[in-house]
Write a protein that binds this ligand. Structure first.
Ligand code: GCB
Length: 690
């Protein structure tokens, strides 16, 4: 009896030890150093004030991503969306890994007895309900839904995949209780083949644990701290960036098929020389080792009306070149009467007997992109960027993909005469990148490194990996003209030099023919340890707002001086990536007063004067207002319902300043590219002839 009790005790101890080890491993898997987080009292960024010496010798270069083509149906592929209404359960903030320990993935979430909330996918979960705890939740939530996989997909020779457009921040997904995939980094897609996990022609269950916690090694950085509240100690997510840390399944979830042997990945490079266009393509074939039946590829280029313009049969199906006489190049909006011209490139993988093995169509804009120490050139023409810093942000949906909102945003961008935006401060949806291609809007494509402060090797590793995944995702978009490697990192710190030297070197080696840039906000260019590694210098400056608030007479000179000193230091093209003023819609004040619509308008106009003086110097190549639209931030006394620097409201209606900006942007296009002006640019006032 005693022996039995002892062995039971022993077993209990062993079980407890195993559980403990599992929990520790899981915690590490999710890359959150809880101890580190808890020891930080004021959030990240303030932990080390002294200079840190880091050694990056052990940082491994990321493995190149291969695959992840955007799911598109074709003769050989099917796509089923899993978007719709899912079920959500909020984990305990004090015990984020409870669901893993209790294996919530192994049964339906309902059986946990916890409150089930029906939520749409895609959407951030934070603002969907009236529950403050859900809005401010720190830790994990669980999503679940049931779905069918057609039995017709259960054929030898067909592969079944699941692809997630973006889940913020980290997640693990299970299908029918079995682990399918794990991913960290919001705003980027990931996928996995799931043929072995699904039941064809029957109901399946997908469970996803989503963790929104940010730490010293996440992109962007943050820290979870424990704070005492009236209800005891609570976990609070701290960070220094200026937008709400929305979380959830932010973009579409799709099931799709490919044939067993299939086109796994495609890389394009395009050029235009006078009337001749050129596309160099490279293909990766999935399952290539399988008995080699594929013998050639058919490549067709279709114009906008779906006419075949060029056709090629290529026996070397790994790479090739297409020449396109009388090409219609891709041009930015207002730089040409037909901007954003997109062809469709169709690849058909063929067996020797003429059987079609796989087919995939990719939209392609054909253009040259070059840069030198003075400018960026598209099809040989220097460009001048008129644009915005934006956010993926809207009421209720948060950062959830919303094609209606995208349609409205692009309509406004064109109305106002913009030709560019920066994806501040993270990669935007793949759908938005297609909108940008189609509308001829140039993109400065930014990775999610915002306000980086602690430059440890682990962060560098993640930062490189983030950029690798971003560049892989967006390299085939004509609209992408530069990669932004960071926004406002603390580059005055000496350790930033080595960090950004290594990061820029690596990124340049995979940059796919685009220059590197970043947005700096050091108060003196000489103090920036990052900019020397960039091809395009970008800076953020809030004269008359954070600097000398209320003083619209202190804009022109400081702006000129700062731009000139960046130029003198680096001899590279210079862009102003942010300038602006918070503006409460409907608040008017004459004479102008900060926060009024008049103030924002005057502030813009003063900047225009500085920019025009700079434009004469040729190396000044762009002006980006902060921000396109008002957006949600954390709660702080400097933000009234969020950041209000939008030229448009959060609901996408113009503030007073939008009309002035519209006149400038269209007049710039008229002056620089001979674009025609909208007939309603100026209101009728008087006929002086009378
Ligand atoms: C900045 C940041 C941006 C903020 C903005 C502001 O420099 O890059 O994320 O939202 O200032 O309005 O404070």
């Amino acid at each position: 009896m005693r022996v039995r009790r002892n062995s039971i005790k022993m077993r209990t101890i062993i079980c407890f030890a195993i559980t403990l080890i599992c929990v520790c491993i899981l915690d590490t898997i999710l890359s959150h150093n809880v101890e580190d987080e808890l020891s930080t009292t004021h959030g990240f960024a303030h932990k080390f004030n002294v200079e840190q010496i880091y050694c990056y010798d052990d940082v491994q270069l990321p493995k190149p991503t291969v695959g992840l083509l955007y799911p598109r149906a074709s003769e050989t592929r099917e796509v089923n969306s899993l978007d719709g209404v899912w079920e959500l359960v909020r984990g305990n903030a004090s015990d984020p890994l409870q669901g893993i320990r209790e294996k919530w993935f192994g049964r339906s979430l309902r059986s946990t007895g916890r409150e089930i909330i029906k939520v749409p996918v895609p959407a951030s979960y934070n603002d969907l309900t009236v529950d403050q705890e859900l809005r401010d939740h720190v830790g994990t939530v669980w999503y679940e839904r049931h779905f069918f996989v057609p039995s017709s997909w259960n054929m030898s020779g067909t592969r079944t995949w699941i692809r997630f457009g973006s889940i913020h921040y980290a997640c693990i997904a299970w299908i029918n209780g079995q682990r399918a995939v794990k991913h960290s980094f919001g705003h980027l897609p990931f996928e996995v083949e799931i043929g072995r996990l699904v039941k064809y022609g029957q109901e399946n269950r997908i469970s996803i644990m989503v963790d929104n916690r940010l730490s010293n090694s996440t992109i962007p950085q943050g820290a979870v701290v424990n704070e005492s509240s009236d209800n005891g100690s609570v976990a609070v997510q701290t960070f220094t960036f200026d937008f709400f840390n929305y979380a959830g399944i932010h973009r579409s979830v799709q099931l799709y098929t490919t044939p067993a042997k299939y086109i796994k990945d495609i890389e394009l490079k395009t050029q235009v020389n006078k009337q001749m266009g050129r596309i160099d393509y490279r293909l990766w074939i999935g399952n290539e080792q399988e008995q080699d039946v594929s013998k050639y590829i058919n490549v067709k280029l279709l114009d906008r009306d779906r006419n075949v313009v060029t056709h090629q049969l290529n026996r070397n199906y790994h790479n090739g070149t297409l020449l396109i006489p009388n090409v219609k190049p891709w041009w930015p909006y207002l730089m040409h009467p037909e901007p954003g011209y997109m062809y469709t490139l169709e690849f058909q993988l063929m067996a020797e007997n003429g059987l079609l093995l796989d087919s995939y169509q990719l939209p392609v804009g054909i253009r040259s992109l070059n840069w030198d120490n003075d400018s960026i050139y598209i099809n040989g023409q220097p460009i001048y960027l008129r644009g915005f810093g934006k956010h993926e942000d809207s009421d209720i949906r948060g950062k959830g993909l919303d094609n209606a909102l995208l349609t409205r945003d692009f309509s406004l961008l064109k109305w106002v005469g913009a030709n560019a935006y920066r994806t501040s401060h993270y990669p935007y949806s793949e759908e938005s990148m297609e909108f940008a291609d189609e509308h001829g809007i140039m993109i400065i494509d930014e990775c999610a490194s915002v306000n980086t402060d602690l430059f440890q090797p682990e962060l560098l590793q993640n930062h490189m990996s983030y950029l690798e995944q971003l560049i892989h995702r967006d390299r085939n978009h004509a609209s992408v003209i530069a990669w932004s490697i960071a926004n406002e990192p603390r580059t005055q710190k000496p350790e930033a030099k080595d960090y950004f030297g290594k990061l820029a070197n690596y990124t340049r080696s995979i940059a796919q023919g685009r220059p590197l840039t970043a947005a700096s906000n050091v108060n003196k260019p000489i103090k920036c340890m990052m900019s020397a590694f960039l091809d395009i210098i970008g800076f953020n400056r809030y004269n008359s707002w954070y600097h000398n608030p209320g003083r619209t007479d202190m804009i022109i000179n400081p702006m000129l001086e700062e731009a000139l000193s960046w130029r003198q230091l680096h001899q590279k093209p210079v862009i102003v990536f942010e300038y602006g003023a918070d503006t409460l819609e409907g608040y008017h004040s004459l004479p102008t007063f900060i926060w009024s619509e008049e103030y924002q308008t005057t502030m813009l106009s003063k900047h225009f004067q500085a920019f025009d003086k700079l434009r004469k110097l040729k190396w000044f190549i762009g002006e980006f207002v902060w921000n396109f639209a008002d957006f949600k931030t954390e709660q702080t006394y400097t933000r009234v319902g969020g950041n209000k620097k939008g030229v448009f409201t959060r609901n996408r209606q113009p503030k007073y300043s939008a009309y002035l900006l519209r006149q400038r942007y269209h007049m710039l296009a008229y002056k620089l590219n001979n674009a025609s002006l909208p007939t309603d640019l100026f209101n009728y006032i008087i006929d002086f002839g009378l």
